[in-house]
Design a protein around this ligand. Structure first.
Ligand code: C2E
Ligand code: MG
Ligand code: MG
Ligand code: MG
Length: 278
């Protein structure tokens, strides 16, 4: 009986493994299809200064899946990354975000930054050229574009990424380090990175006003950023208490459900054009 069970276990393991692998394959082919048939969309989340004036918006990838409905990146971004599909998808994201600039200009919001997330594979596959051609093609002033990258993107290939970041910075593009404090980069790298901004990860922001440890971490990151001449944006701001704490401690910019959710561009524009502005 034990033998029987043992064999079942092996079979079950194989089955599960087999299913996952074939599911992943199916997902890759659906993603390739999605790119060809225009199933991707961007949601835009407004970003604000301490006085709640809009300063920018982050483009966030969405997938309008034919059967499963609207999917957020946690459902598919990892597969995009390890299949390499993030390169053409990321290129699409850049162009799609940039093409909205002229609409913002037409509504008097041409000064708002457009922030786009980028992955490590994009750096390895000609991100610099992609960005420079997007700036040209859409007549986007370089300072309007902000690239958000995580510590893991830098650590994937530090020397190459830092070199490309410097090229982009010299071209006038803004660069933010995303989810700061959750990765494995050392502070020595922070000194070498051509950055404009640090984004405080939501996990530290969440318990401000309740957890003295998180307060100590946020305070330390904001002060360090200031000393290094960098701006700070807090992610995931959901309460007035968090907003007040962050503003009082010198965090320049804020992003979170308290101010605006990620929404289709038209809805973000409607928020901006509301009397009083967002
Ligand atoms: P991220 O760049 O750190 O983006 C912020 C995430 O926090 C977004 O999740 C946003 O919807 C969510 N968020 C914003 N405010 C709040 C809040 O107040 N409370 C809570 N609970 N969440 C908030 P989303 O859109 O699901 O994106 C998840 C991640 O997927 C992003 O994290 C980013 O790492 C990645 N991602 C999104 N779009 C792209 C893309 O175009 N390319 C690449 N490479 N990655 C992307
Ligand atoms: Mg981001
Ligand atoms: Mg983040
Ligand atoms: Mg994140």
């Amino acid at each position: 009986q034990a033998k029987q069970q043992g064999r079942n276990c092996v079979v079950a393991y194989r089955d599960e493994f087999g299913t996952q692998a074939s599911e992943r394959l199916a997902l890759v082919s659906q993603l390739r299809d999605a790119l060809q048939t225009d199933q991707f969309a961007l949601a835009f989340q407004l970003q604000f200064d301490q006085q709640r004036r809009p300063v920018g918006m982050e483009a966030l990838l969405r997938w309008q899946h034919p059967e499963r409905g609207l999917l957020t990146p946690d459902a598919f971004i990892a597969v995009c990354e390890d299949s390499g599909l993030i390169v053409p998808i990321g290129r699409w994201v850049l162009r799609e975000a940039a093409c909205h600039h002229r609409i913002l200009v037409a509504h008097g919001w041409g000064h708002l930054r457009l922030a786009v997330n980028v992955s490590a594979a994009q750096f390895q596959q000609g991100l610099v050229d992609d960005v420079l051609s997007v700036l040209r093609d859409f007549q986007l002033p370089a300072g309007i574009l902000e690239l958000e990258l995580t510590e893991s993107v830098v650590m994937a290939s530090p020397d190459n990424v830092i070199r490309d970041m410097a090229t982009l910075r010299d071209a006038g593009v803004c660069i933010a380090i995303d989810d700061f404090g959750t990765g494995y980069s050392s502070l020595a790298y922070l000194k070498r990175l051509p950055l404009h901004r640090v984004k405080l990860d939501r996990s530290f922001v969440q318990d401000l006003g309740r957890d003295p440890d998180d307060e100590a971490i946020c305070d330390a990151i904001i002060r360090m950023a200031q000393r290094l001449g960098l701006c700070t944006t807090a992610e995931g701001v959901e309460t007035d208490l968090q907003w007040n704490w962050l503003a009082a401690h010198g965090c320049e910019e804020l992003q979170g459900y308290l101010f605006a959710r990620p929404v289709p561009f038209e809805d973000a524009l409607a928020l901006l054009n509301r009397p009083g502005g967002a």
